[in-house]
Design a protein around this ligand. Structure first.
Ligand SMILES: [Fe+2]
Length: 305
């Protein structure tokens, strides 16, 4: 972290990193997509995916035969990408891949991901305790909606650059340990997740950047100082604008995205009339970042088939 480009005092390191980062941003977003060569992709295909994530913190993939792809294949792909340690949330299935579809969970809140409503910009797990931060994320589309349900993504390192270029004081504010507080999650009078606070931007032990963010306006408390308020407003206004740094993509059956928990959002959608044909995505949240090499799935892994 000695010469971290993410620390304000390292101007030269930051400028060099920023220039390289922006110069590599693809004019043609299609280059972010890798066509997989089968249910168990070849090693060179995995390397291409990893290289894309190393550069842009996200990579899209497409399996050739979507009907052959179930949870085991999705899990195996994640594992080969270094996404090993799944984090189970309240609504996750027993193998910890969450099935994102319109549904109701008994005795749970009406969580927006499980509705057909729009989902505002966020990184996953922004309400998690510091030791349980989400560093990697996978979304795999089994079935798209009849209409809508499009996703947008932004590399959180690009968001960092846009903020720092606008006003370096934004970075200081967003790295403050009390920047963003999420009130406790209380259901039927019982605390099911305690109040959490932490920074928006933090630097991981390996030197990479982590972002913890939600654009939601309810159940979220920004630190009450002018720089924090201005930084939060800057981000909100960024989501309203067209930007060459946003990737807009509607995942089709057999397609997915692997990422280092970049910023993302989802438009609302109209589902199919038959519930069995409704939009279905598998989501995995991991405490790992993409890119570490692991030869085999963890022994504790069980499939639901
Ligand atoms: Fe998400």
């Amino acid at each position: 972290m000695n010469h971290s480009p993410f620390l304000l005092q390292h101007t030269t390191a930051y400028q060099r990193w920023r220039d390289q980062k922006l110069a590599h941003w693809p004019a043609d977003k299609a280059s972010l997509l890798t066509e997989l060569d089968g249910p168990q992709p070849a090693a060179h295909t995995i390397q291409r995916l990893k290289a894309t994530v190393r550069q842009h913190n996200m990579a899209f993939y497409r399996f050739p035969a979507p009907e052959q792809i179930g949870r085991p294949e999705v899990h195996a792909l994640a594992t080969r990408m270094g996404l090993i340690h799944l984090h189970a949330n309240l609504c996750a299935d027993p193998d910890s891949l969450s099935a994102i579809q319109v549904t109701r969970h008994e005795n749970q809140h009406d969580y927006i991901p499980y509705t057909d409503r729009q989902l505002s910009w966020h990184t996953d797990g922004y309400y998690q305790a510091p030791a349980e931060q989400i560093h990697g994320m996978l979304l795999h589309c089994v079935r798209p909606a009849r209409q809508g349900g499009e996703s947008r993504f932004m590399d959180h390192e690009i968001a960092y650059i846009l903020l720092r270029e606008a006003d370096p004081a934004f970075i200081t504010a967003l790295m403050h340990p009390q920047t963003l507080t999420i009130p406790a999650n209380i259901l039927h009078g019982k605390i099911i997740r305690p109040r959490q606070h932490g920074p928006v931007f933090s630097i991981n032990p390996d030197g990479s950047l982590h972002m913890r963010y939600s654009a939601r306006q309810k159940n979220i408390l920004w630190r009450r100082d002018p720089a924090t308020q201005a930084a939060a407003a800057f981000l909100l206004q960024l989501w309203e604008q067209d930007s060459p740094w946003k990737v807009q993509y509607r995942l089709q059956a057999g397609e997915g995205v692997l990422c280092n928990n970049v910023l993302h959002c989802r438009s609302g959608f109209v589902d199919h009339d038959e519930p069995q044909q409704g939009r279905l995505l598998y989501r995995g949240r991991y405490t790992d970042r993409v890119g570490q090499d692991h030869p085999a799935p963890p022994p504790s892994f069980k499939t639901l088939s």
